[in-house]
Design a protein around this ligand. Sequence first.
Ligand code: ATP
Ligand code: MG
Ligand code: MG
Ligand code: MG
Length: 469
Amino acid sequence: MTSVNHLRETFLSYFERQGHTRKASAPLVPDNDPTLLFVNAGMVPFKNIFTGAETPFAPRAATSQKCVRAGGKHNDLDNVGYTARHHTFFEMLGNFSFGDYFKDDAIAFAWELVTREFGLSKDRLLVTVYAEDEEAADIWKKVAGLPDDRIIRIATSDNFWSMGDTGPCGPCSEIFFDHGDKIPGGPPGSPDEDGDRFIEIWNLVFMQYEQQANGERINLPKPSIDTGMGLERMAAVLQGVHNNYEIDLFQKLIAAEEDVYKAKAAGDQLASFRVIADHLRTSAFLIADGVTPSNEGRGYVLRRIMRRAMRHGHLLGAREPAMFRLVGALASEMGEAYPELVRAQPAIEAALEQEEARFQRTLGRGLALLDEATEGLAEKDELPGETAFRLYDTFGFPLDLTQDILRGRGMSVDTKGFDDAMALQKQAARSAWAGSGDAGSDAIWFRVRDKVGPTEFLGYQGVDAVGTL
Ligand code: ATP
Ligand code: MG
Ligand code: MG
Ligand code: MG
């Protein structure tokens, strides 16, 4: 069986043999882009090389890059637990050409690696190209000998890749693996393409343009290549399993959870196990890269992810901090590839334990309040915004946590009502400060508190800031 660790090494050494320089993953917090929440693709650390602002350290490179997609343009938080293929943290394997080779070689390398090194059968593979990119379609025909109906032309942004609203971008070509007709879902471009039968394993981006803040799209100094293969997805293919959470790495983490939570990863509880495993990785890697849970910006994304996992821990019966006990298992699976995980292990454990202890003081009561509030509601109903705000403000439930819980019951939140309640509280707080000259600010503070209730102060900036990042 090809383990995750073996697969990572196979990819990187293949590209080393093709003249690529192996580089370590950059940290998850981008040092070259204040507009980006977290590194969400392998090319992000090389953004300035593609645009010509930085000189390349080598003409070709290969990496396994830590990625988090939990906010901004690429946000997979709400997919976790629902699809077989999405994580909030994952590793993206990539080969890069900085103005060196272009489409021909990129496609030839990819095809050789997938069919020769990994030994995948051509019959299980199909590719997409950007509708206008006849050149790419021709190369696929020539290099792979794929029939026309397995080279699918896509006219949407799915085949025009960009990292965000600005930055390097270009048409792309994606390789899909067919997991077989027992799994629902149609090929890319079909109406039921969102199913999990045809899974995108590798994206080859033909970097040619830079999208600028003023809306203009200019040519890059030199056409370049950026590719991204999902390590966990490829591992699933090579291990003969369909769901990413069934690969060796996740099976080890889930076994550790069974020990810690004294529960079985089966039936209704399976999704909780998977969400915890995913969020454990995201939390641990973010903390290792210096993010701490807080009420705004990146720290609030981390806190939201931790609390979502901790709610699932509660579903599995945890009434004491538990998640921190899983860090050892994660470090032993991934610590060799990412030594920062081992170095930061004590800090990760401390942050998780503290956050869970804190959240557990209000979690049970918050859930009880939510149950009570939804008792009279039917499916498709909305929870009043004020209740969601109370959960946020008093019980430390980030809005998306409440939404996630309600989604399981087919309900949603009146977000406008939530925003109004938030605005009201801000206003109350502001007028309290404005009047705090000599009238005795304590009296005003208590009046405000009576009106809006005691607050754990999870920070109103949090939601705004994260929303705009
Ligand atoms: P999808 O359409 O399945 O959401 P994507 O088109 O958003 O994937 P890309 O931006 O092209 O993904 O990223 C390159 C590769 O990284 C993908 O081909 C896939 O193998 C992997 N990948 C993307 N998102 C995730 C994720 N959330 N979890 C695990 N792997 C991912
Ligand atoms: Mg996606
Ligand atoms: Mg896609
Ligand atoms: Mg893609």
